[in-house]
Design a binder for this molecule. Sequence first.
Ligand code: PLP
Length: 428
Amino acid sequence: MDLPESRARALDAEDVEHSRRGAFLIPPAEGGPYPESAYLAGNSLGLQARKIRERLDEVLREWHSWAVEGHTEAQRPWVSYHALLREPAATLVGALPSEVVSMNSLTVNLHLMMISFYRPTPERHAIVVEDTTFPSDSYAVRSQAAFHGFDPDTAVVRLEPRTGENGLRSEDVVAFLEREGHRVALVLLGAVNYYSGEHLDMASITKAGRAAGAVVGWDLAHAAGNVPLRLHDWGVDWAAWCTYKYLNSGPGSIAGAFVHERHLADRSLPKLAGWWSTDPETRFLMRPTVDPVDTADSWQLSNPPIFAMAPVLASLEMFAEVGMDNLRERSLRLTGYLESVLGELIGDRPISIITPRDPGRRGTQLSVRLQEASVREVCTRMRLEHGVVADARDPDVIRLAPAPLYVSYHDCWRAAHALVEVVDNSGR
Ligand SMILES: Cc1ncc(COP(=O)(O)O)c(C=O)c1O
């Protein structure tokens, strides 16, 4: 195979339909011959769409002109701003509108969901996570186990890949649940693993977990806006996600949560409450008790932070316009191309791709393991010497994410070349 720079340029000229690169602000390159960065860190923090500034300006202007009346008089009234996000968020994750809510941040939502759905007993109190679960999730589940009086070291079961493999096979998760599910209270896995980029088979794991009598929750931090999701149809009990990665909504932006329809009217679920949990029709009657609503909104606590929500709304509109299935197709093409260029360049260098080679088992990310060089040093040099932004994850991985809304084939070509060149020169 021969994959010269001209081929990358040609692919960019051909594959334009679902790229929205022009709608984004691409950071200037810090080094190398090209003016713009090749930005492959959108799985960590997505880029800023141009329309975000307009939306924030709109809120600033309305705050100025309407002040407190903006709650009801703003073009998008603040009192119900969260409701504007409902439809597009539901479409994105494959849910009914009543099943989703935009609120808080991801770890907070994981805890709110676990308050309702981790209901351990002495016989059934295990929480199943993947061994490479994101540290925050690990801390969260351990603290939940301890909160209920269980020893986190035994209550939290960390599933490991087979010896010599990098990813957790979905069929092994299913087999574990068939074997040990009787003691599992909660399954909480990353739908796309942050480290390896592996996309688990959510439908079959959810089915196996529920058949074993466990509750099945998913962390969609690396899946929302990356892979098509059908949370309702798969029967997922609950899920939570952030919006600053593939959803490009800005650092620390408002997260999302999903609760399956079958739980929405279950008033026996333990929940924390605040004034946004109650029925909006009676909210301002200032009564001392909650009027419950049978939607995911009942997990809300506070009034919506408009500055944090405006970018999410703008971003979700963009996803709705392009369509997740179209984006997935483009991401498969870009990731496959990146894999080919890397494959051509790596040769017998001490570099390996640990993300599954089957496109159906991964999102738009390749994790590259460096056997000898320091990943942090390589990443920094890629940025400063080549204008390529990737990210390093200890101990030994560099992640490259060709987020399909704005990453080009040429960016992938640059990233692969920069990585290999820096590794060749590392230590010099
Ligand atoms: C898989 C996963 N879970 C949880 C988190 C924590 O997110 P937050 O700080 O928004 O709670 C992250 C952050 O990157 C993540 O990647």
